[in-house]
Design a protein around this ligand. Structure first.
Ligand code: FEO
Ligand code: CA
Ligand code: CA
Length: 632
C-alpha cells in the first residue's frame, strides 16, 4: 500500500485528548447529537422519528466460495472477465485456458471489474453498463503466467485494463448482454485520450511521442466511477505509480508520488514509456480523473486536469442550486487527501444539435480545486489550490496553474490539508446534502514516525476504517462545512478497543464502495485485504461483503457476501431501484502475490466452478423475486 506523505501538516488537528475523540467518533451518540444537532436535523428529523428503511433479512458472515444474497433475492452473473463486449465483427469467445490473444482481450471484458455505472437507455429495462477494470493478475491472465514475460503478454495486460461499455437488457426478469451493440466499446491502456484543463500542453506533460502534451495513450488503474448529470462517466486513475519504473534513486518528486523500483507490472521491460529514466514525464499523464461519454462510442475520452492529479479512487458530481458542477474525489493512499472541484460555468442543457455530454464538453476544464481540512471543532474548510496564492508560488516550486495541478499532493502539503486514512468512494445524498467518504483504514496511523490519530481519523492502528460525512455551508460550492463520523467500522468482539468500532448492526471492516440508492440507503462494499481475511481481528467477519446502512437510524445490515478472496466493488441501480448491479472483483486473489498458473483454482473457482478452472471477476445483477425495490 502506498504511503508517501512525509509532510508534517497538519499539527493543529492532532488530538491527544481521548475524551475528545470519543465525542467525535459517536456518529449517533448523545454527545455527537448535541455537538452536531443542526446536521442531524437535516436528515429529516431525529432518528427515532424516521421509518425503518431496511426491509430484508440480513445474511450471515460466510467464508464459502459462493455469492450469498438474502432470502427472496436472486443474483445472476452477467458479464465476467473475457466475455466479448459485443463489438460487431469482433466477438471472440472466452478461452478458459486464458489463451485469448491481446487483440481478442481488447474486444472482451477486461480483468478485475471495479467501479460501474448503469446508464439507462430505456428506463429500467435497457441500458449501458460502464465498468472499470482496475488491474491484472498475470498469473491468471496468461496460460503460463509470467513465464516467460513477453511483449505480447504486456500488450494483453494493457488490453485487460481500462473500461468496458456493454449494452444490457432485461428479458423475462433476467438481465442479458445485447450483442452486437453499437455502444459496445473497450477503452484500454492504449486508447487515445485528449487532455483538458490547465495542465494540457504543459511542459511537464510533453513526451517524445507527444511533444504537444495533449494526447495520452490509455488509462490505467481505473478504480471507482461516478455518473454525471450530463450523461458522462468520471473514472479515477488510482494506483498508477505501480506501473512505472524509476531510477534506482527516484527524485524527491517521484518519491512523493510513490514511484519506486519494484514495478509490479513489469511493463517497462517491453514498453519503454513506463521506464521513467527514459520518459520522465510519462507519469504526469496518469493520476487524472478521466471523462467518458458512453453514449457516443466514437467520442475521445478526456483527462480532466482541472480536477487535480492524485491516486484518484474515483470522482462524484453534485449540482449547486445555480447549476454549477461540484466534483468530489479522494486519493486512496495512506495519509493523503480529499478534494473537491467547483466548476466556473453552469451545466448546459442538451440542444442545438448537441447532446448534454457535448454541450458540457469543457465544463470540467474551468474551475477551482480545493483540498479538505477537517478541524477539531467539527467544522472544516476547503482550501483552494490557486496558483500565486499563499504558498503556491514560483519560488515554492509551483511555476504556474498547471504545475499546481500536476503536483496537487505537494500543493496540499503546503496548504495544510488533512491527511486521511485512505479515502475510497464518496457518495452524495442530494436530498439531504450529506457527502459521505469511505476511509478504508490505515494501520500505520500512530505507529513509528507516522502521524497519530486526529479528529477526523481518530484511531491508531486503524485496521477497520470508518465513514466520514459532511454538509457544506450554504451549497455544495461552500468553502466551509460541518462534519462527523457516520460510523467507525469494526467488530465489537475484538479485544483491541481501537478495532471494535461503533457499528449498530452487522460487524464489518474496510469500507471501500459507497453508493446511495434513491431511498437514501447507503450501500457499503468492503475490501479487507486478501492477507487479512478471516483471521486476527477479521476472524469473525467472513468474506468481503455489501451492507446496507440507514443513515437516519444508524443501522447496518449485511445484504451480500462475496465468494472467497474477492472484494466487492462497483454498485449501481436501475432508476426504479428493482435491480442492483454489483461487481465482484478478484475472486481467489492470492494473498500478497499473483495466482499460480499451474493451480489457478487454488483459492476460488467462482463463478463458473469449473474443476481446475480460473476464477473470474464478474458483474452480477440482483433482483428481488417479487420484482420489488432492492432492500425493501
Ligand atoms: Fe482501487 Fe482504492 O480501491
Ligand atoms: Ca476501491
Ligand atoms: Ca480498496
Amino acid at each position: 500500500m502506498e504511503d508517501s506523505n512525509r509532510s508534517s501538516n497538519p499539527s493543529i488537528h492532532d488530538v491527544s485528548d481521548l475524551a475528545r475523540r470519543i465525542v467525535l467518533r459517536g456518529g449517533f451518540g448523545l454527545a455527537a447529537a448535541a455537538v452536531f444537532a443542526p446536521l442531524v436535523g437535516c436528515t429529516g428529523g431525529p432518528p427515532s422519528a424516521s421509518a425503518p428503511r431496511l426491509g430484508f433479512k440480513g445474511v450471515a458472515a460466510s467464508t464459502a466460495d459462493a455469492l450469498v444474497v438474502p432470502e427472496g433475492y436472486t443474483a445472476s452473473v452477467l458479464a465476467a472477465w473475457g466475455e466479448p463486449v459485443g463489438i460487431a465483427g469482433q466477438m471472440p469467445a472466452w478461452a478458459p485456458d486464458a489463451s485469448n490473444s491481446a487483440a481478442e482481450q481488447a474486444a472482451q471484458m477486461g480483468m478485475h471489474h471495479d467501479g460501474m455505472q448503469f446508464i439507462p437507455l430505456d428506463g429500467s429495462r435497457r441500458g449501458l453498463l460502464v465498468t472499470n477494470h482496475e488491474y491484472t493478475d498475470d498469473g491468471l491472465l496468461h496460460p503460463g503466467g509470467m513465464q516467460p514475460w513477453t511483449a505480447q503478454k504486456v500488450a494483453k495486460s494493457q488490453a485487460a485494463h481500462g473500461v468496458s461499455v456493454i449494452e444490457i437488457e432485461l428479458v423475462g426478469g433476467r438481465w442479458q448482454m445485447l450483442r452486437p451493440s453499437r455502444y459496445a466499446r473497450r477503452i484500454t491502456a492504449a486508447t487515445p485520450f485528449a487532455v483538458g484543463g490547465p495542465a494540457a500542453g504543459h511542459a511537464l506533460m510533453k513526451t517524445a511521442a507527444d511533444p504537444g502534451g495533449r494526447r495520452v495513450l490509455g488509462t490505467i488503474a481505473n478504480c471507482a466511477s461516478g455518473a454525471t448529470p450530463w450523461g458522462t462517466v468520471l473514472v479515477g486513475e488510482e494506483n498508477w505509480a505501480d506501473y512505472f519504473y524509476p531510477a534506482e534513486q527516484p527524485t524527491a518528486h517521484e518519491r512523493r508520488w510513490g514511484l519506486r523500483r519494484n514495478s509490479w507490472y513489469r511493463w517497462h521491460e517491453h514498453d519503454p514509456r513506463f521506464d521513467t529514466v527514459r520518459h520522465p514525464n510519462e507519469p504526469h499523464r496518469f493520476g487524472w480523473v478521466v471523462e467518458i461519454d458512453p453514449l457516443d462510442p466514437n467520442s475521445t475520452p478526456v483527462k480532466r486536469t482541472a480536477l487535480g492529479r492524485a491516486a484518484h479512487e474515483g470522482a462524484w458530481a453534485a449540482v449547486t442550486k445555480e447549476g454549477r458542477a461540484v466534483v468530489y474525489s479522494g486519493e486512496d493512499a495512506a495519509f493523503e487527501y480529499i478534494y473537491k472541484f467547483v466548476s466556473r460555468d453552469r451545466i448546459r442543457p442538451a440542444g442545438g444539435g448537441l447532446t448534454a455530454a457535448q454541450a458540457n464538453s469543457t465544463l470540467l476544464d474551468h474551475g477551482t480545486l480545493y483540498v479538505a481540512r477537517f478541524d477539531t471543532d467539527g467544522t472544516g474548510r476547503w482550501l483552494p489550490l490557486l496558483h500565486g496564492q499563499g504558498p503556491l508560488t514560483s519560488d515554492r516550486g509551483f511555476a504556474d496553474p498547471g504545475e499546481v495541478l500536476i503536483k496537487a499532493r505537494q500543493a496540499s502539503d503546503a496548504l495544510g490539508g488533512t491527511r486521511m486514512d485512505r479515502p475510497e468512494w464518496l457518495a452524495i445524498d442530494a436530498a439531504s446534502g450529506w457527502v459521505c467518504c469511505a476511509l478504508t483504514g490505515n494501520r500505520d496511523r500512530g505507529s513509528g514516525t507516522h502521524p497519530g490519530p486526529d479528529a477526523a481519523n481518530p484511531r491508531a492502528g486503524n485496521t477497520m476504517g470508518h465513514v466520514i460525512r459532511w454538509q457544506e455551508e450554504g451549497d455544495f460550492s461552500g468553502e466551509r462545512f460541518r462534519w462527523n463520523h457516520l460510523l467507525l467500522a469494526g467488530d465489537a468482539a475484538n479485544e483491541r478497543p481501537e478495532a471494535r468500532g461503533d457499528v449498530k448492526g452487522d460487524a464489518f471492516a474496510c469500507p471501500d464502495t459507497l453508493a446511495f440508492d434513491a431511498r437514501g440507503v447507503l450501500w457499503i462494499g468492503t475490501d479487507v485485504g486478501s492477507g487479512s481475511l478471516n483471521q486476527g481481528e477479521m476472524a469473525r467477519l467472513g468474506n468481503n461483503q455489501l451492507l446496507a446502512c440507514d443513515p437516519a437510524r444508524g443501522e447496518v445490515r449485511r445484504f451480500l457476501v462475496g465468494p472467497a478472496r474477492c472484494e466487492i466493488a462497483g454498485c449501481s441501480f436501475t432508476p426504479d431501484g428493482t435491480t442492483m448491479f454489483v461487481n465482484v472483483q478478484h475472486p481467489g486473489e492470492a494473498p500478497g502475490a499473483r495466482n499460480d498458473p499451474a493451480a489457478p483454482s487454488r483459492h476460488s473457482t467462482w463463478p463458473d466452478h469449473r474443476p481446475g478452472g480460473r476464477p473470474r471477476s464478474a458483474t452480477v445483477a440482483i433482483r428481488k423475486d417479487d420484482g420489488g425495490v432492492i432492500g425493501t
